[in-house]
Design a binder for this molecule. Sequence first.
Ligand code: GCB
Length: 589
Amino acid sequence: MLRPQDGPTRELKRLDGLWRFRLDPGGEGRVEGWWQRPLARARDIPVPASYNDLFADAAVRDHVGDAWYQTTVRVPRGWAGERVVLRLDAATHRAVVWVDDVEVVSHEGGYTPFEADVTAHVTPGQEVRVTVVVDNRLTWQSIPPGIVEEGSSGPRQVYFHDFFNYAGLHRSVWLYCTPTAHVDDIAVVPGLDGTTGTLAYRVGIEGTGAVRAVLVDAEGAEVARAEGAEGSLTVADVHPWRPGEGYLYDLRVELTDGPEVVDSYTLPVGIRTVAVRGTEFLINGEPFRFTGFGKHEDLPVKGKGHDDAWLVHDVALMDWIGANSFRTAHYPYAEEVLEYADRHGIVVIDETAAVGQNMGLAKVVLGRDHTTFSPETIDERSREAHAQAVRELVARDRNHPSVVLWSIANEPESHTEAAVDYFAPLFALTRELDPTRPVGSANMMFSPHGRDRLQALGDVTMLNRYYGWYTSTGDLAAAEAALGSELEAWAAEGRPIIVTEYGADAMPGVRSVTPQPWSEEYQADLLAMYHRVFDRVGAVVGEHVWSFADFATSAGTGRVDGNRKGVFTRDRRPKAAAFALRRRWRGDA
Ligand code: GCB
């Protein structure tokens, strides 16, 4: 799905700002038709932002169910005769949207965009009312899963993942126009052969017309062109996209009718290749070593609301510390983040929101006894929702050169036949949708080498490990021995290993001369221990510390105002470990 843009044939209006907002714990709005009139008893709310932390009110923070958003927008009068589209970059976790009295679209899944052609429901020059109801409930059939239970003071949301269930309109909302006949979709596949680059492209169009593709370099010079909706462009003396250097070309796709350019869409593209060879992960044919983090979209006050200032600051900190990559744990991030990664040469592991599909873990953490995959829990419908999440992730992100690996789940149950039955078709689907990128899923420590059955389905071994924290707590020598022997065993399977999580909680200011968990020194020492082991095991090609920054979680005795495994605090101040990582990753500190 193409991101909306301004251009010679397209215009864009961002609907962000203060909207009207009302919680609906009783679910009355859908029955009473709240979209039909100005939202009664509403308050102002910023978009984009999670609603949970804005109002200093536990009823809002812990709300379960519908929340209504409303605004009015004047459709620009110059849009007469154009196709008008309303797009939401994300609504967490599902939403229905009305324009005035007409339902125009609904969508399931909290981290991917959706849109509706609203041409028939608007009049250029006139105002319309836009109403969105956002439902934050997680069920066995949602991605991620959860259970809503009746508590003494109303419904309570239970979930199996370790980050707070923020909800609302987390990303921008847009009204945009295109010509009626327009470029609907573009897919590119870059290639490299020595100093020659190639870009295979496929354009989907609505309406009729001829397609032309023009490739322009960063200085604005045309380097290749082709006619036809499908084709390949060749670039002599190509300037590849590479880690640390986000060189981009512009692919200008034009839909023409004789001499007239009916529509034009410009897609930034990077020319690079990705491959797995034995235990190596290759970018542009050269072995790449991932340094960086599993992150979260998580901010004080805004929750999961996207914010460009924090994006720029986070990337500045990643640069400061010497991180060349990150994983979008545990859901697809805002498209602004991927575009920024493209432009800055940051390598991305792109993950679906399938996290918490592991009832072995739920038993330990929540004391609950469920079967992970069963007709009563995660079932065929869940898998279809998961497949749809994969489709939407790949459709949205396949053109980003920064994305080098799809992660289709984080720490699912992975030792059972049921897990293999559930996941094998999802691996196949991902490869069918994108044969050009490796696929994996992050493994959890309850299914170590010898027990896990999913890693063999992937191209890369992805391990989340907490030796020295959840096991051998405080005993780094025992942890080192256990980690070393497990990694050696995985290495023998012949796939590259990315340790997608390792880390320890640390409370800033807790200092210790002896190995005390929760101290800044213990966090730094634990990371150093992992690095000693990584440097011994050649198949380890990636180290992603968990986590970049502290983040909000649900309440728990192991959580102190959230998860404290950040190398930076939630407001992005460095802990002692940050300086140690900088020394390792930059070597010049
Ligand atoms: C994990 C999860 C991550 C948690 C982390 C932890 O394995 O993938 O979501 O936050 O452990 O800190 O326990």
